[in-house]
Design a protein around this ligand. Structure first.
Ligand code: BGC
Length: 416
């Protein structure tokens, strides 16, 4: 049955590919609305306009994409899906199972995606062996961003372990600087939590507890230590953190009002958009204890099945553009991420991006390359939502003990 459907789909795709250039509309759902994100999204728009298509921007503000996903669901349920949407990780398979996604194999074969993508990433973009998503980048999540001027003022040194992190935080506090810029939203809480889990627990623990959801690791002395360390970070955030957007937290580091931020490298897009230079105006170092590990987060787009031939052509052009070397370079220079293609030169990229690329390769070899839970790369969306809620509850409720949070986490991991 599904083979028949796939061949029909393939036939439809090839027909769409062979029709003469025709201008279509391409409506694209994304959540790239901060300064750096918007500059990167503008590159995608202009590459589609160059091909003569009309770009219909469907931007839903809200870092991490939770709001965008809610809006997308209601659009698809009401039979009005956009041409493409920013969807990643296991959600790709969840959407594919609904039978609403277009098959991208024709484009993927013509453009040789299998030979230019890392296998671990390519596998996640396929459903039953067929490509159903096109990747734009690789974001590293386990970063610490710091303001060197603020560190100098405080006489602090960039931390490489969690113990050193708290020493630096204390020094920044004494100097009257907010040690940690944080935005209290559950995906931001979890972004911090997973870096603590990776740094204080190690890659093996991270994978067993948070990716495989192994009950024995979820409830363990290591998890207890991770939760306690995570909660200690909160003591170094300011009272206005609840609800703050991530890019406003980054702005605090840019201005030197705060010393550091734990955030993925979309934060670098903000520093760059503000004209700041890495290694001079800001520092990028791996989150404490995670220099040899890498939490990956790959942004990708799925295409929804459409009826109109011109719009189908525009969709296919979008998939081709996304994976093209030219776009991969200019987009990622703005976005803070690195190209997902393995065959690209990084001459124009800065030291943070070069470190990211080197660490991606090294961690893939050593077995310490892990998917980000906070950014939808690791577990089914229901589990992700449930464990994020527990971690944020623990962060916000000063009466909840780490032991109680650990019990709740283990229960939430069973959410289906
Ligand atoms: C996305 C990034 C985005 C960030 C903040 C992440 O989940 O992968 O592309 O910049 O959220 O909005």
């Amino acid at each position: 049955m599904s083979m028949i459907r796939n061949s029909l789909l393939l036939a439809a795709v090839s027909t769409a590919l062979s029709i003469p250039a025709q201008a279509g509309d391409v409506e694209v759902l994304h959540w790239w609305t901060s300064g750096g994100e918007a500059k990167a999204a503008a590159e995608l728009k202009s590459s589609m306009q160059k091909k003569g298509h009309t770009w219909k921007d469907f931007a839903v503000a809200g870092g991490g994409g939770d709001a965008a996903m809610t809006v997308l669901k209601s659009r698809v349920v009401s039979g009005n899906a956009p041409a493409a949407a920013q969807i990643k990780g296991p959600s790709i398979q969840e959407w594919a199972r609904e039978g609403v996604l277009a098959n991208m194999d024709a484009v993927a074969k013509a453009e040789k995606w299998d030979s230019v993508l890392p296998k671990v990433i390519a596998d996640g973009l396929k459903y039953k062996g067929n490509y159903v998503a096109a990747p734009v980048n690789v974001h590293r999540v386990n970063w610490l961003w710091a303001n060197p001027e603020a560190f100098k003022k405080a006489g602090a040194k960039l931390p490489t372990t969690w113990d050193e992190f708290f020493v630096a935080a204390e020094a920044l506090k004494k100097a009257g600087i907010t040690p940690v810029a944080h935005g209290g939203q559950n995906w931001q809480d979890f972004t911090t939590f997973e870096s603590v889990a990776l740094g204080a627990g190690g890659a093996e623990f991270y994978r067993k507890a948070l990716v495989q959801l192994d009950p024995g690791s979820l409830k363990s002395p290591t998890m207890l230590k991770v939760l306690e360390t995570f909660k200690k970070v909160k003591g170094y955030t300011d009272k206005n953190a609840p609800g703050r957007d991530w890019n406003l937290a980054t702005a605090m580091v840019i201005k030197g009002e705060a010393g550091m931020q734990l955030m993925g490298d979309w934060a670098k897009g903000e520093f760059i958009a503000a004209g700041k230079v890495p290694g001079k105006d800001f520092a990028c170092v791996a989150a404490p204890g995670t220099a040899k590990s890498y939490t990956y987060n790959v942004d990708s787009f799925v295409l929804f099945k459409l009826k109109d031939a011109a719009n189908q052509k525009a969709q296919q052009d979008l998939a081709v553009a996304i994976m093209g070397p030219e776009f991969q370079e200019v987009f990622n220079l703005n976005k803070g991420s690195i190209p997902v293609r393995l065959d690209m030169k990084l001459d124009k990229f800065d030291e943070c991006a070069k470190l990211s690329a080197a660490d991606f390769g090294a961690s893939a070899k050593s077995g310490s390359l892990v998917p980000s839970i906070a950014h939808g790369m690791a577990v089914p969306s229901a589990v992700e939502g449930a464990i994020k809620d527990v971690v944020s509850q623990f962060w916000n409720d000063d009466k909840m003990t780490a032991a109680a949070a650990m019990d709740k986490l283990a229960a939430a991991a069973k959410a289906k």
